[in-house]
Design a protein around this ligand. Sequence first.
Ligand SMILES: [Fe+2]
Ligand SMILES: [Fe+2]
Length: 335
Amino acid sequence: MDRIRELNEDLRAKNLGGYWQVMEEIYKEPHSTAPWFWSWTDIDGAIARAGEIVNLDASARRVIRLLHPGLSGSTSPTLQLNIQMLKAGEHAVAHRHTLAGIRFVIKGRGARCVVQGETFDLGEGDLLTTPNWTWHEHTNRGEEPLLWLDGLDAPLVRLFLHEIGFFEPFNQNQHAASHKDWQNSWNLIRPAWVKVDSVQPPAFCYKWAETERLLDRIGESPGDPCDGIILDYVNPVTGGPTLPTMACALQLLRPLERTASHRHTSNVIYHVFDGEGVTVVNGVRYNWKTGDSFVVPIWNYHHHENLYDKRALLFVMNDRPLMETLGFYREEKES
Ligand SMILES: [Fe+2]
Ligand SMILES: [Fe+2]
């Protein structure tokens, strides 16, 4: 025993280690961070105060970050959720970075976003992607403050490329909207010289009117046993997930619907777009209503309950594309 202790001390002094020192730390299943919940009352109060105090000179984007207390500066181990406010008439200047992101408008209309030269007008319920290394800038052309979810793969980028990876501000205030719609690489008929990047597909906007139309049409179908009626925001170029590192979805829980419980090796961030209900994670009940957000980290059993006679809508972000690409994805139903 003393000889092993002596060996361990010698190894430590040389920045080395033996397997026998860590055998007790090797678990049979993944351990994860705890689920966490952020109430809209807290978030709304924080962003409203930031709206009074912080201008866009102090911060290129007026953003409140949702920070899990068990992680250093992020919402989940791989994905980050922020709430961003752009007041009437404000312009958030162009920049680009390694972080890929999405915007999902939760309040207001009149957002004009330019991504890689292409202009998108957004209102409530619209989703826009800003893929890795695309120039992006935003203007509020409406009369009221705009609020949108700002979803980013920041923790993942931080892991590989330290902090936010590569970042470049645009050298003028606005980047030229020189892009023509015939240049869109997601068009099904396009000039032969317009090439598609299948790894980082172009920005795309998913309009709420279409989402709503589909929700209305499929409300009677059985849906997924564990997720109810869930709509994937499919990448129009690859036919795969919204972005290489992040999939987005819109989940409908019908009145009084209760889903089956399952667990999987993907981290999921939920934002309650409309309605109220309960999500049960490992036996703990999280009651939620419009504006609340919560995270269900990997390998935690969870199911959803709509206790009311009104539909509930959850906007969902997850890192399943990443887990599947790496061969780490696994899912099981609770028996
Ligand atoms: Fe950005
Ligand atoms: Fe799930």
